[in-house]
Design a protein around this ligand. Structure first.
Ligand code: NAP
Length: 435
């Protein structure tokens, strides 16, 4: 089993963005993609809402994104993930070929798959006139009558692409109004070869070997419309949730629920892009969310490693859960972190810089020692229920990982050896300071 700090699942814009940042940060990371890099945008002909590119094909943009991330060293494997489970502080990623990998953090950017109409003939004629991707299949339908089903951006965007090939294009939608962006509606509906059939529902798709017709019900009457291709764009079913053995929070439609840092309810698991519950499924939002996710994941992995070093005998699952709750604080030289005599409510791990530990004496203050990266302090007050026995002050610019009383207690109490070890350490320190 190979271990990575970070595993990114899905190679669309969100996954490639997370991968780009991970590679540039030199993280021990890998991206798994089941099919080909690019994701959903490979199914889009023209993209005109990606800033900086007035108009670019989905293929060209995905190629650029993939090349960019890989140029900075992103490791990619074209392999499908089957299931993810939590084991202590790690996520175990089982692939469909049976191999397993582990990671401290996972970013899920798997998007989803097209929703099916669920009418007779749809499944039977899939690949023989029924399609969910105009860019992939449109060119097979030159000079014939086609239909797009749906009233959203996808139906209109893909419909526009199909007008290159179609003799006539029907737009079938279940309501009288479309929800596609105005600019897409204006462009498509202005074309002579485009005819709308609304409000109407497809009842059946049929033909003789290949699709020749669809039955559409409008105003209580069923009409048979001759078409050779039916392109269905009625939305999208997110796939992320199905990857998890443990419960992962999702909304009523199956989209993964995250906080503002793209964290799901499973510590160390993030979601970005179309797999995530959000307002808009855009490339711009997907890459933004992925950036937030990977920056937070990087922080989380570092925090987790520091916490595990401070509590080597604690239960790893508990440390991983509490690592999500720690904060980092910066200090300038001379700034006091804790003061002798104050109430104790937090525990600290030094990330960077030097900190002086001092105690009041008759003559003033005596420096007992200097502590640096990897060392910790603050446990005496929390364990013994007494006031701070020393003052800790930054000697240089410094950064501390700060853990609240509740997190500290959960970690310490997660195993008896962890508790015994930290208590022995606290007793030794008390002797050192002469209390
Ligand atoms: P969508 O916005 O959810 O639209 C789905 C359409 O299909 C709706 O018009 C809906 O009707 C209809 N529909 C849903 N279930 C149906 C059923 N069972 N039978 C018949 N019709 C049904 O999905 P989308 O168009 O795939 O877009 C998904 C997301 O990607 C959206 O956020 C969209 O903005 C984004 N997107 C953006 C672009 C772009 O150019 N920026 C391009 C493509 C997609 P109702 O209207 O009655 O609900």
């Amino acid at each position: 089993m190979a271990h990575f700090d970070l595993v990114i699942i899905g190679g669309g814009p969100a996954g490639l963005t997370a991968g780009l940042y991970a590679a540039r940060a030199n993280m021990n990371a890998i991206l798994f993609e089941a099919k080909g890099l690019g994701g959903e945008i490979l199914n889009t002909d023209l993209i005109e809402d990606w800033p900086g590119e007035e108009s670019i094909t989905g293929r060209a943009l995905s190629d650029k994104m993939a090349a960019h991330a890989q140029k900075f060293g992103l490791k990619v494997e074209i392999k499908a993930v089957d299931k993810i489970r939590t084991d202590g502080d790690k996520k175990i990623i089982r692939m469909t070929d049976g191999t397993e990998h582990s990671a401290y953090a996972v970013i899920v950017t798997v998007g989803g798959e097209p929703i099916k109409l669920g009418v007779p003939g749809e499944q039977e004629f899939h690949g023989r006139g029924v399609s969910y991707c105009a860019v992939c299949d449109g060119a097979f339908f030159k000079g014939v009558d086609l239909a797009v089903i749906g009233g959203g951006d996808s139906a209109f965007q893909e419909g526009l692409f199909l007008t290159r090939f179609a003799k006539k294009l029907y737009v079938v939608h279940r309501r009288g109004e479309f929800k596609a962006q105005a600019i897409l509606q204006d462009r498509l509906l202005a074309m002579d070869k485009v005819e709308t059939i609304t409000p109407a529902v497809v009842k059946e798709i049929g033909g003789n070997g290949d699709v020749n017709w669809m039955d559409v019900e409008r105003g209580g009457r069923v009409e048979r419309i001759p078409v050779e291709g039916v392109f269905i764009f009625i939305g999208f079913k997110p796939l992320g949730r199905e990857l998890f053995e443990d419960h992962i929070e999702h909304d009523g439609n199956g989209y993964l629920v995250t906080d503002q840092f793209m964290r799901t309810n499973i510590p160390g698991v993030y979601a970005a892009g179309d797999a995530r519950a959000q307002l808009a499924k855009q490339i711009t939002t997907a890459v933004g969310d992925a950036t937030t996710a990977v920056l937070h994941a990087e922080r989380y992995i570092e925090d987790l490693k520091h916490a595990e070093k401070a509590f080597p005998r604690a239960e790893p699952r508990v440390v991983a859960e509490e690592a999500e709750r720690v904060r980092t604080l910066r200090f300038m030289p001379g700034q006091v972190v804790i003061r002798e005599g104050d109430d104790a409510d937090r525990f600290f791990i030094v990330l960077h810089g030097q900190f002086a530990v001092t105690r009041r004496t008759g003559a003033g203050e005596t420096e007992l020692k200097t502590i640096g990266p990897g060392e910790h302090f603050g446990e005496i007050g929390l364990l013994k229920g007494i006031k701070r026995v020393a003052t800790v002050r930054a000697k240089t610019d410094g950064e501390l990982l700060v853990m609240g009383r509740k997190s500290f207690r959960r970690i310490v109490e997660s195993s008896s050896t962890a508790r015994a070890e930290i208590e022995a350490e606290a007793d030794a320190r008390l002797r050192e300071v002469g209390v």
